[in-house]
Design a protein around this ligand. Structure first.
Ligand SMILES: Cc1cc2nc3c(=O)[nH]c(=O)nc-3n(C[C@H](O)[C@H](O)[C@H](O)COP(=O)(O)O)c2cc1C
Length: 333
């Protein structure tokens, strides 16, 4: 019997497979099924800064009937579609999930700026979340903003959210930073216990007939694993945080690679949306089989074994590998 146990954000988990935020957590029934399929924790879909601001503008409007500012202020907020669930409903739903499952439930806040809305971090804690994931997704469009200012705003947001809660805090980031190791270190100094790498960067598409820019969410494939795997392998042991790998975990091999890079947990969404919730139990079974066949006794033994600090050729992760990679291509017509 192999030992799949792991620790993430101080939570003792029975295995490293975690369900990341997705519409699956919108139904309590599905979270129960995720637990039955064996995932060791669930991160809830996010409560967005925009939703909280929307609600507080509506309240203002109600209290100050007749003011002109309401319609104008609302016009700055995006149409949040089905994410327009009120913040209080989010908290009720979190409480309902907590009552229904015994695995840890991680709440998720999604935003970019510090401000009154972050009091929801505390409300999520009070609603019973075992930890909080803060997804910071900022797209700089102002050419006057320099990268250092942007990174400072991330650090400030993390510091301010940290002050709101005592539960462990993980930060979910996109991969596009000039100096990721420095930012990662600063976020940990600001109070992050974990880093979730990486948020997928959704790209809108063009509808050529309607000449409109349209959302077009495409689920991931295992190919997307490489980017977070490489960064976790490079940061493991250098930044004192727990790592969660998200993007591209579809198979047992993907999850095992995540752990070998140094991740405490491998998070998955697309694989479950594509193949159904039972895919989680298949991944877990296959992980055990692989470990037995390769004589690993525990996840702990495997964790970080392929990180940059552990491998025989650390340059394989760096620029040195760039030329080698290009010259290794053989499949010419
Ligand atoms: C339909 C859908 C909804 C998602 N909703 C959220 C969300 O609310 N908050 C969040 O942080 N990530 C959200 N994600 C991102 C996933 O949690 C995950 O990080 C991403 O899909 C990459 O993992 P994967 O390759 O396993 O799909 C969503 C993804 C999908 C496909």
């Amino acid at each position: 019997m192999v030992d799949l146990k792991t620790t993430y954000l101080g939570l003792k988990l029975k295995n490293p497979l975690v369900a990341s935020p997705s519409p699956l957590s919108e139904k309590v029934e599905n979270v129960k099924r995720l637990e039955e399929a064996g995932v060791s924790a669930v991160v809830m879909y996010s409560l967005f800064e925009e939703q909280i601001l929307h609600e507080s503008l509506e309240l203002d409007h109600f209290l100050n009937q007749g003011t002109e500012t309401y319609a104008e202020a609302l016009s700055y907020l995006p149409d949040t579609g089905k994410y327009s669930l009120t913040p209080e409903k989010y908290l009720d739903h979190l409480r309902a999930i907590k009552r229904s499952v015994s695995i840890p439930v991680i709440g998720s806040l999604n935003g970019v700026s510090t401000g009154g809305w972050i009091k929801y971090a505390k409300k999520i804690e009070e609603a019973g979340a075992d930890a909080l994931e803060l997804n910071i997704y900022f797209l700089p469009t102002n050419a006057g903003v320099i990268s250092a200012e942007l990174e400072d705003s991330y650090v400030t947001l993390v510091q301010d959210v940290r002050l709101q809660v005592k539960i462990p805090l993980a930060i979910k980031l996109s991969p596009f930073f000039t100096a990721l190791p420095n930012l990662a270190k600063r976020l940990v100094e600001a109070g992050a216990n974990g880093l979730v790498l990486f948020n997928r960067f959704y790209q809108p598409d063009f509808d050529l007939e309607q000449l409109e820019v349209v959302p077009n969410l495409v689920l991931s494939t295992s190919r997307e694993l490489r980017l977070p795997m490489r960064w976790i392998a490079m940061l493991y042991g250098r930044v004192q945080a727990d790592f969660a790998l998200t993007s591209g975990v579809h198979t047992a091999e993907d999850a095992l690679k995540a752990v070998m890079a140094g991740a405490s947990v491998a998070m998955t969404t697309s694989a479950l949306l594509k193949n159904g919730i039972s895919k989680a139990s298949e991944i877990l079974k296959d992980m055990e089989t692989w470990m037995e066949e390769h004589e690993y006794v525990s996840i702990q033994q495997m964790k970080g074994s392929m990180s940059q600090k552990a491998v025989a050729e650390p340059a394989a992760f760096e620029r040195a590998n760039y030329m080698k990679e290009l010259s290794s291509y053989k499949d010419m017509p």
